[in-house]
Design a protein around this ligand. Structure first.
Ligand code: ZN
Length: 442
């Protein structure tokens, strides 16, 4: 083993240990009780026709949902595990004499958007279902504007990340993984601060909640909870959806509680307070910080693992990428850079972008269920916080019922689907937790 490789292995091991310790300490593995008997009682309380409609809605959504996942994965694997990805990157660099910047940025965006484009028809299919069921209020014009806006945001963010990553692999070819891991860590932290402030306003307009009884009630709730809240903002979600929601985003000075205008329209003030109490739970328990820290450790570990994976020559050969340290065959690549004909090879070469995305797609698929499980545990804790703060399980239950009915959620989805993709406890689990709380069970 060469020295950088040995250090990468040691660093990866250390990061994985830190990730395991962080997950063990920061994630509330204990789940508040939500007995199945209470879940079934809660389900029986919901209007049967509305539950049927929600289930029909989700049955329809499965088609574009799973088709999109499957096609997206197949395309990522075809681009990444055949020389197609390397060919696309090479073509993108051709008008610029194969300069590494053109390959890294234009080639990278070409590969990313090629992958995104094939799943676009499924997103459009999904939109038709949302419109038919009355959940989306968006016209095709508004939908297209959203697609273009997120493409623009991805392009800007992607260009910066691609340029930085391949500059490091080029100029620090033996130790790029160390810089890359540190950079990935910082990037996740930075995005956690910056995204709510810079990106969310691209999609929605946020206005401070009008002063009055409701705002005072919510600020008083936060004060009673001991959570410093700078502001409660209202998002104009109604331009896009009928769904109701609220969330907390950002860290420290960028932290704010955001309430959908649809929620204010649909729900009485005490139910809005119950939702905000849940969000205060996220703030008080530092859930954004937990997510950021675990995400940053995971990203850094991913870069180190990627570097080590680069030692697998067979994988690189499949993708038509020169091996790490053996980029000598690439005489065209450095055409624009004097004396820079060879790159670092392996994952440090822009021609490996397709392979990189294929590895990322597989890793995402494998990690998804674990992320969902962590999310469900954190959400259950925020629910418990809301119940303890408001001491009003009846309103909490009414709010969950409204949330489920208005959002066309399946209150009791199939267990396998919930295990794989559920980011929150199911509606009946949340109502059962309230019933258990009311009986004094913790
Ligand atoms: Zn939550």
């Amino acid at each position: 083993m060469t020295t950088p490789r040995l250090w990468a292995a040691v660093t990866l091991a250390a990061l994985l240990v830190a990730l395991a310790v962080g997950a063990a300490v920061l994630i509330p593995w204990h789940r508040p009780p939500a007995p199945r008997a209470d879940q079934l009682a809660a389900l029986a309380q919901l209007p049967a026709d509305r539950v049927e409609r929600a289930r029909a809605f989700h049955a329809e959504l499965r088609w574009p949902g799973y088709a999109s996942m499957a096609v997206g994965l197949v395309v990522a694997l075809v681009i990444g595990l055949t020389p197609l990805g390397a060919w696309l990157v090479t073509q993108a660099g051709r008008p610029f004499g194969g300069h590494w910047v053109a390959r890294a940025v234009l080639g990278g965006l070409l590969v990313v958007f090629a992958g995104g484009l094939v799943t676009l028809p499924f997103a459009a299919w999904r939109h038709t279902i949302l419109v038919r069921y009355g959940l989306s209020t968006q016209s095709w014009g508004g939908w297209t504007a959203d697609v273009l806006k997120s493409a623009a945001v991805s392009a800007v963010l992607g260009a910066v990340v691609l340029l930085a990553f391949f500059a490091v692999t080029r100029y620090v070819p033996r130790w790029w993984w160390a810089w890359g891991a540190a950079g990935a860590f910082l990037l996740v932290v930075l995005l956690s601060f910056v995204l709510p402030v810079l990106v969310e306003p691209v999609f929605n307009k946020f206005t401070p909640m009008a002063s009055g009884a409701q705002r005072e009630q919510l600020m008083a709730l936060a004060a009673r909870d001991g959570v410093p809240v700078k502001d409660v903002l209202v998002a104009d979600a109604s331009r896009r959806t009928r769904a109701v929601n609220a969330y907390v985003s950002g860290l420290g000075p960028t932290r704010r509680i955001v309430v959908y205008d649809t929620l204010l329209r649909e729900a009485p003030p005490e139910e809005v307070a119950s939702v905000v109490a849940h969000e205060l739970g996220h703030a008080k328990d530092g859930d954004v910080l937990t997510g950021t820290l675990l995400g940053a450790l995971g990203a850094a570990a991913g870069v180190a693992a990627l570097y080590l994976l680069g030692a697998w020559d067979g994988l690189l050969r499949l993708a038509g990428v020169p091996a790490a340290g053996g980029g000598g065959a690439d005489t065209v690549a450095g055409g624009g850079v004097a004396g820079g004909a060879t790159g670092p090879g392996g994952f440090g070469d822009p021609r490996a972008i397709g392979l990189l995305l294929a590895v990322g797609a597989v890793a995402g698929l494998v990690m998804g269920p674990a992320q969902s499980l962590v999310s469900r545990r954190i959400e259950a804790r925020a629910d418990a916080h809301a119940l303890a703060l408001t001491r009003d399980p009846a309103t909490f239950t009414a709010m969950q019922r409204r949330l489920s009915l208005v959002n066309l959620g399946d209150p009791d989805p199939p267990a396998w689907e919930q295990a794989l993709f559920g980011s929150h406890p199911t509606a009946v689990e949340r109502m059962a937790a309230a019933a258990a709380y009311a009986r004094g069970e913790r």
